[in-house]
Write a protein that binds this ligand. Structure first.
Ligand code: GRF
Length: 194
């Protein structure tokens, strides 16, 4: 089964969500975003989704009695929207067994480094602190670890001597906004996806 009906999970700005929507509009992406799940009330991605006419589920995980119940709720919404693929785009939360079991090999993440280098938070800052000359972007399947799942695609981004966190982040995001829709499209075309 191909990934055609997507849910985007996001906690923040939503620039990758925007890039995915733009690819759909440009006709370079066949899959459709049917739902946005946001775990942070007030996050800018919420207004972006509303403006795009995509249903948004905004939840506060601490309102639930544990991660399993939170994920059960998210799972019900995904099922109600016939979601067959989950796209993490700045979702600041580890996916637990409830969602992993139901969407095995159907959850993707994008991370701003060449994994396995610099997993976790602030990958751009970590790269600058280490003084690497090359970093990049990774799209990978999600497993139960932190940025550890099988790698699908990577693209390198050179680090200039005068790069700041902001300038490097901007270069990385420009790559993300092209690469993520491309990878999603290639997976959405696979008959026996993932
Ligand atoms: C991206 O840089 C992505 O790599 C990371 O979180 C960021 C989300 O940015 N996982 P945005 O909310 O899509 O602008």
């Amino acid at each position: 089964m191909a990934m055609k009906q997507l849910a985007v999970f996001a906690s923040g700005t939503g620039s990758n969500f925007d890039a995915i929507m733009q690819a759909k509009q440009a006709g370079t992406l066949d899959a459709k975003v049917e739902l946005v799940v946001c775990d942070r009330p007030g996050a800018p991605v919420i207004a972006k989704a509303e403006q795009a006419g995509v249903p948004v589920l905004v939840l506060r995980p601490k309102d639930f009695d544990g991660k399993a119940l939170y994920e059960e709720h998210v799972l019900s919404a995904c099922r109600a929207h016939d979601i067959d693929g989950i796209i993490l785009a700045g979702y600041m939360r580890l996916i637990g067994p409830t969602l992993l079991a139901s969407y095995q090999q159907r959850i993707l993440n994008i991370h701003p480094s060449l994994l396995p280098a610099f997993p976790g938070k602030d990958a751009v800052g970590q790269a600058l602190d280490k003084g690497v000359k090359m970093t990049g972007v990774t799209v990978h399947y999600v497993d139960d670890g932190m940025d550890t799942g099988p790698i699908i695609a990577q693209e390198a981004v050179p680090v200039a001597d005068d790069d700041t966190k902001e300038s490097l982040q901007a270069k990385i995001q420009a790559v993300e906004h092209r690469l993520y829709p491309e990878v999603i499209q290639s997976l959405s075309m696979k008959e026996e996806s993932l």
